[in-house]
Design a protein around this ligand. Structure first.
Ligand code: CDP
Ligand code: MG
Length: 159
């Protein structure tokens, strides 16, 4: 039941100074940060990370957005972490993301607004969609030596 998931704080989260606010939420629920680093994503790396979206019409704007500034990548570990983190992140479209979610609390643009302006949807954060994607993304972003093994207080007090 304990599993790992991959999260990236996109350039808008870094540039808006929201990384602490977002990471705090994961720490608050007891997720364990197993790995973390700041990376400037290249177009080649973006195509590997977003391999399922490369041929979609929105990919060009997405790539321009994701390579536009540094990103913070991290691996979070916890009970059903893939689903829990997705729930905390909220819907892809900020306008539809529920209050209380990261996207719902810190962004509000709609698909139609972004399309009309010809700008990408800036929704602050990426989180793996399922366990298989999580395994692929963790291996893409981190080497084994960048993954850290330690005990959190939750492992001591919430067994
Ligand atoms: O990130 P999430 O898994 O919620 O959504 P996705 O469907 O996997 O799409 C990946 C990313 O592409 C989104 O987070 C958006 O940044 C972007 N996207 C977009 O700009 N316009 C769309 N119509 C769909 C996705
Ligand atoms: Mg996705």
């Amino acid at each position: 039941m304990i599993e790992q998931t991959f999260v990236a704080l996109k350039p808008d989260a870094v540039q808006r100074g929201l990384t602490g606010e977002i990471i705090k939420r994961f720490e608050q629920v007891g997720m364990k940060i197993v790995a973390m680093k700041m990376v400037w994503v290249t177009p080649e790396f973006s195509k590997k990370h977003y391999r399922e979206h490369v041929d979609k019409p929105f990919y060009k704007g997405l790539e321009e957005f994701i390579i536009q500034g540094p990103v913070i990548g991290m691996v979070l570990e916890g009970v059903s972490s893939v689903d829990t983190v997705r729930k905390m992140v909220g819907s892809t479209e900020p306008k539809s993301a529920a209050p209380g979610t990261i996207r719902g609390d810190f962004s509000h643009h709609s698909y139609s607004y972004a399309d009309q302006k010809g700008i990408p949807i800036k929704n602050l954060i990426h989180a793996s969609g399922n366990k298989k994607d999580a395994e692929y993304e963790i291996a893409l972003w981190f080497t084994k030596s960048e993954m850290h093994n330690y005990k959190t207080v939750h492992e001591v007090h919430t067994q």
